[in-house]
Design a protein around this ligand. Sequence first.
Ligand code: ZN
Length: 442
Amino acid sequence: MNPPIFLSNATLLTMRPGESPTVGNLRIEGNRITAVGSIEPRDGDKILPCENCVVLPGFIQTHIHLSQTLFRNTAENLSLLDWLMQRILPFEAAHDAESIAVSTELAVAELFLSGTTTVLTMEAARHTDSLLEVVERSGLRAIVGKSLVDRPVGIANFSESREDAIADVLRLKKAWHGHDDGRIEVCLAPRFALGCSESLLHDVANIAAQEKLRIHTHASENYSETRQVRDETGLGNIEYLHSLELLGPSTFIAHCIHLDPSEIELLAQTGTHVLHCPTANLKLGSGIAPVPEMLEKGVSVTLGSDGAPCNNTLDIFREMSLAVLIQSGRLGVGRLNASDVLEMATRKAAEALGKEREIGTLEAGKLADVVVIDLNRPNTCPAQDIAAALVHSSTPQNVRDVFVNGRRVVSEGTLTEMNISHLMTRARENLTALLSRVRRPN
Ligand SMILES: [Zn+2]
């Protein structure tokens, strides 16, 4: 077993409510944090000096598509429905087991190097085992959902029958849910209302209740999408999901931009979680989610960088900063601050996922998902206001060390277990091969 790690003289940002940053130490033993605060090192501890570094809980992103990472920089200047139909859905349909594995590895490399240790994801409809095998090896903490799409969307090999989709997700649940002491879980991920029959959505609601699985979907991202749902159902997108009993504390909905006030009430009353993806929303011209209004009504809002082709990174620092800045531009300063988005990317995300007893704050007894951010860099010096330095000045290059479950996956800014140049070569080769397999929409 590795020796205990002793992070010394760090600025500890525990993310516990009401606690300010303080200088102190933190010990990691096995996969747990065993002490935090003014503690002394013991014989046998491996000491990591952390002067001018902030130590905080690993970041949690609640909306990510690992399997889209290979499509980074391939889908520019398109709005949502064209972006999906002309690029992303045909690309996902062209994935094979190897390309999805490489895409996932590339995503994990970037997530670790930028301090993200836990993700809630939505993936392609096929090759999910290949993706989960990479997640298993890498050490990433993840809740993974294969896309459930049973309506013909005009793209070969994208949709499945309702029966096949449900059978596959139940098989995945049996094989993977709770794997490695709960580090890996499976969720139900109906892609979006327009891709799913009403019967499939009924099945999702029933299975989520029976099997105690989370539901992860997209809704009200784009005006045309929301309009189409209304034309088909006579309801707003959130109202429609509510009519199918899909809202509740186990449901996670990405975007929620085009909402009626009554839909914000519905999200609040049902305890449904909203996943805010500011960069993707700006890039695809979707709009700006009314995050302060949702928070004021008591809606749970957390953050995600969505997919590499709609972002074009998986960088949580940019998501946090943009989340603040776009609301300042929209409503004036002060409606959403750096300290708010730091909470959304740590403790509040852990609470949303029901994992607050294990992750999301630095406390003795919690799992050792810990990030060391080096503020002794020109872009973060001076760091008088720690929250501002993390949210608005830091970039992934400030991330020095990352531990997930006590495993040091980044050391001194370098991945400890991945050969990044080999991985990038494989990524380029796999993208070329995948593009040659793509069949354009019918
Ligand atoms: Zn998404």
